[in-house]
Design a binder for this molecule. Structure first.
Ligand code: NAD
Length: 477
C-alpha cells in the first residue's frame, strides 16, 4: 500500500503549489482520515494553465497523428504495468471496493488504447459540387484548447474518456477533477508526463470557488471546448456559461435508469445481471439501475432472489480485497442515500433487507425496498447508492410509460424474451438500452444520453468527433 500520493497542480509542464498556498483535504471515506492536502488553484493558476495550453495548441495540433497515437499507447502500457497502484489510489480517495477499482482501472486505460488507434484514422471527405465547378474538401481539425471537468464516481474512466479523444484529436487540455478525487487525476496526468506528452499540452487545476473560476476559464478566448461529466444541475449552469463565448459543449449528465422486467424474463439470467446493473461501483454510477419495474407475475420470486443475494454482500474497506461493497464517497453522500430510504419508507415502501448506515466510515448496506411508488422521491431521484427500489406492474405499456416519465434519458435496461425486449427497447427514451445485460460500458460504444442526460457522445469513433471541427476548403474542379 502506498502512502505517498502526488498532490499538486500541473501547469505548463511543472508540478506546483497553489498561488496563495491554500489546500483542501482529500479524505479516505472508509475511515475519515486525511490522505493528502491538495493545492487550491487560484484564478491566476487557472489562467496560467489556459495560457500554457494555448501556447502548446498549435504545436500539438501539428504533431503527426502517429506520434500522438504512440504517446497514448505508451500511457496505456504504463497504466497496465501499474494497474494495482492505479486501483489503490481510487480505493483510498473514492472508497470503492477493490474489484470496482480494478474494473475501473482496466476500463479507464482502454480509452488510451482505443483512441491511440483512432488518432490515425481521423476521417475527412471529398465531393464534387452538383454544378461540377468545384471540389469540396472537408477537413477535420482539432477544435482547440479543451476544458475537461469530471465527477468523483469514476475518477479515472470519466477523465480518460475525455483526455484520450482530445489528445488524439490534437487538442491541448486542462483537466479539472472533482474535489473528492484529485489524486487519481494527478496520477494519470503524471503518467502522461512520464510517457512524454509535451509541456503545456496537459494541465491540471482544482479551483476554489469552482463555479466562478471555471467561468473565467471558459471566458478566455483560447478555450473552445468544454467536455463535462457530472450532474444535470451543474451541466445546465455550465451551458449558460458556454453561451457567453459560444464555447462548444459536450455534456454527460445525470441519469435515472429504469429496469423493466418483462413477463417472459428468465430470472436465472435476469437476477445476476440486474445485480450488476445495480451494484457496480456500489450504485454510484450514472448508468446504475435506479427504478425496477417488475411484472407482477415474477415480482415475488424476483424479490426473493435479489434479497438473498443482497443480504450476503460483504461491506467494508476496499483495501480488504474480499469486500464486495465499499464506502460511498463521503458521509454526506451516505446520509443522502439514507434519507432517500427513509422517505421511501414514509411513503409506504418496505425494507426487505439492509437499510442501515455504518457507525464509522461512509458505508451503507446493500438494501432492497418493495412497494415503492412510481413518482415517489426515491423513484424520481438518482439514488447513487446500493439501494434496489422495486415497483410492481401489470401492463407492459404502463411499465414503458413509467420508464419514460422522467427528464433523464441516459440508460435503461430491459429483461425478457429477446424479440419482445427489443420492441420495448425501441420505445424507451434513452441514449443507451441494455437488453438482458447488466453492464454496457465499452470504449468501442458511443456513450451518452438524450433529454436532460446530455449532449454528445463519448467513446467509439463518435467520441473523437467531439474534439474536431469541420473545415471546408473549396478548390477549383
Ligand atoms: P457534480 O455536478 O456535483 O460535479 C461534477 C464536476 O463539476 C466536479 O468536478 C465538480 O467540482 C464540478 N463543479 C461543481 N460545481 C460546478 C460549477 N458551478 N461550475 C463548474 N464546475 C462545477 O457531480 P458529482 O456529484 O461529482 O457526480 C455525480 C453526478 O455525475 C451524477 O449526477 C451522475 O449521474 C453524473 N455522472 C454522469 C455520467 C455520464 O456519463 N452521463 C458519468 C458519471 C457521473
Amino acid at each position: 500500500m502506498t502512502n505517498t500520493f502526488r498532490a499538486a497542480l500541473y501547469i505548463d509542464g511543472e508540478w506546483r503549489e497553489g498561488g496563495d498556498g491554500g489546500t483542501f483535504a482529500v479524505v479516505d471515506p472508509a475511515d475519515g482520515s486525511t490522505i493528502a492536502d491538495f493545492p487550491i488553484a487560484t484564478s491566476a493558476d487557472c489562467l496560467a494553465a489556459v495560457e500554457a495550453a494555448a501556447a502548446a495548441q498549435e504545436g500539438w495540433a501539428a504533431t503527426p497523428p502517429r506520434v500522438r497515437s504512440e504517446l497514448l499507447r505508451a500511457a496505456y502500457d504504463l497504466l497496465t504495468e501499474e494497474v494495482e497502484l492505479f486501483a489503490e489510489i481510487m480505493v483510498r480517495e473514492n472508497g470503492k471496493s477493490w474489484s470496482d477499482a480494478m474494473g475501473e482501472a482496466n476500463y479507464a486505460k482502454e480509452f488510451f488504447r482505443w483512441f491511440a488507434e483512432e488518432a490515425v484514422r481521423i476521417p475527412g471527405d471529398y465531393r464534387l459540387s452538383p454544378a461540377g465547378d468545384k471540389r469540396i474538401v472537408v477537413d477535420r481539425q482539432p477544435i482547440g484548447v479543451s476544458l475537461l471537468i469530471t465527477p468523483w464516481n469514476f475518477p479515472a474512466a470519466m477523465a480518460t474518456r475525455k483526455l484520450a479523444p482530445a489528445l488524439a484529436a490534437g487538442c491541448a487540455v486542462i483537466l479539472k477533477p472533482a474535489r473528492e478525487t484529485p489524486l487519481t487525476a494527478a496520477y494519470m496526468v503524471e503518467v502522461l508526463e512520464r510517457v512524454g506528452v509535451p509541456r503545456g499540452v496537459v494541465g491540471l487545476v482544482t479551483p476554489v470557488p469552482t463555479g466562478p473560476l471555471v467561468a473565467e476559464m471558459l471566458a478566455h478566448p483560447a478555450v473552445r471546448k468544454l467536455s463535462f461529466t457530472g450532474s444535470t444541475e451543474v451541466g445546465r449552469e455550465l451551458l449558460h456559461a458556454c453561451a457567453d463565448t459560444v464555447v462548444s459543449a459536450s455534456m454527460e449528465l445525470g441519469g435515472n435508469a429504469p429496469v423493466i422486467v418483462l413477463p417472459g424474463a428468465d430470472l436465472d439470467t435476469t437476477v445476476p445481471e440486474a445485480l450488476l446493473a445495480k451494484m457496480r461501483n456500489g450504485g454510484s454510477a450514472c448508468t446504475a439501475a435506479n427504478r425496477f419495474y417488475v411484472h407482477s407475475s415474477l415480482h415475488e420470486e424476483f424479490v426473493r432472489r435479489m434479497a438473498e443475494a443482497l443480504s450476503s454482500v460483504s461491506v467494508g474497506s476496499g483495501l480488504d480485497r474480499l469486500n464486495q461493497l465499499g464506502a460511498l464517497v463521503s458521509v454526506r453522500e451516505r446520509d443522502k442515500v439514507a434519507a432517500l430510504v427513509d422517505s421511501a419508507v414514509s411513503e409506504g415502501a418496505t425494507v426487505v433487507t439492509g437499510g442501515h448506515s455504518s457507525e464509522t466510515g461512509a458505508f451503507y448496506d446493500a438494501t432492497l425496498l418493495t412497494g415503492v411508488r412510481h413518482g415517489s422521491e426515491i423513484n424520481a431521484t438518482e439514488i447513487f447508492g446500493p439501494v434496489t427500489a422495486v415497483v410492481a406492474y401489470d401492463e407492459v405499456d404502463d411499465a414503458i410509460r413509467m420508464a419514460n416519465d422522467t427528464e433523464f434519458g441516459l440508460m435503461a435496461y430491459v429483461f425478457g424474451e429477446e424479440r419482445e425486449a427489443m420492441a420495448v427497447a425501441r420505445r424507451l427514451e434513452s441514449g443507451m438500452v441494455a437488453v438482458n445485460r447488466g453492464v454496457v460500458s465499452d470504449p468501442a460504444a458511443p456513450f451518452g444520453g438524450v433529454k436532460q442526460s446530455g449532449l454528445g457522445r463519448e467513446g467509439a469513433s463518435e467520441g473523437i468527433l467531439e474534439f474536431l471541427e469541420e473545415k471546408y476548403i473549396a478548390l477549383t474542379a
